[in-house]
Design a protein around this ligand. Sequence first.
Ligand code: PMP
Length: 367
Amino acid sequence: DQKQTIYFGAGPAKIPQSVLLQAQQELLNYSGTGISVLEMSHRSADFNKILNKSEGLLRELWNIPDNYKVMFLQGGGSGQFSGVPLNLIGLKEDKCADYLVTGTWSSKAAKEAEKYGKVNIVHPKLDAYTKIPDPSSWTLNPSASYVYYCANETVNGVEFNFMPETNGVILVCDMSSNFMSRPVDVSKFGVIFGGAQKNIGCAGVTVVIVREDLLGHALKECPIVLDYKVQAEMNSLYNTPPSFSIYIMGLVLEWTKNNGGCAAMETLSKQKSSMIYDVINASSNFYACPVDTACRSRMNVTFRVGKKEGDEALEKKFVEGASKRGMMALKGHRSVGGIRVSLYNSITVEETEALAAFMKEFQKEHQ
Ligand code: PMP
């Protein structure tokens, strides 16, 4: 690795160095075409190959069934906070949707959906996003158009380790921050979406996987670029797609495949996150993770330093000390404070080990 920096950012996030090097090598003249992917027409045969490669790898890695369309859209995960209700809330007459609100991102998604229909938060409101309410406390509406949840709450470090049971209602999931970090049975979902900038590439492209029979129900006010039916039928080429981001995604997915695919990513993610949680658990509350042990994220480990509520001066020192050792982007999201360690697929065990060692050293010095 030519880089001295270990980048623990939450997204955009680390991209495997082999991918960056390949992109660099191919930047001026892609595969003998004489031009850069940055310059290439999105309707050219060469770009079509790039698009098909990225889609093929996604399908292969997650075993996506044939009756699902894969789209590459713009607007980010946030664009899909609108895209989902615009396309699906009209599936049933009541225009009503069930939402699980377990963190910052699902909360934003629920607010956006309220613009287009009725939103039912299925569980008692949480004071803090540190747990997933027990399914026995949920009141799902059988006539909801869909049930929505966020598989991994990036800001809060809360991850589902189970799939919600919806009794036949369409299940929709935001997997932005744990995309391709474990095998997923796509056939259980109506829609899965995620921005690429964490586990599968760079910012600019949002993957939307949608079951074919859900196409064609968009509200009439749905912007055409967000209309699943239009984009699915046009193979994501209704308008100019984020072509370079789609290309980078192909390289990252190839890297994922060559490194054992999603099953290997899952094993590694458990190993890496355990290394950090183990240090926290053994720290006699010098480090405190507010999240229930049952739903601690493998992707974003959040904790406070010094005491349960966090000692901000000490947390600042922690971030500075880590930065001196080349470990960057450890500051928690501005809305929650503390420390956040993002351990996406590209982060290695060795990089995680370096952080775990620093955490132990820091505790010894400052306890
Ligand atoms: N969902 C999740 C889980 C996220 O982590 C993020 C971004 N961090 C978003 C949605 C929003 O994505 P974007 O910034 O691409 O709109």
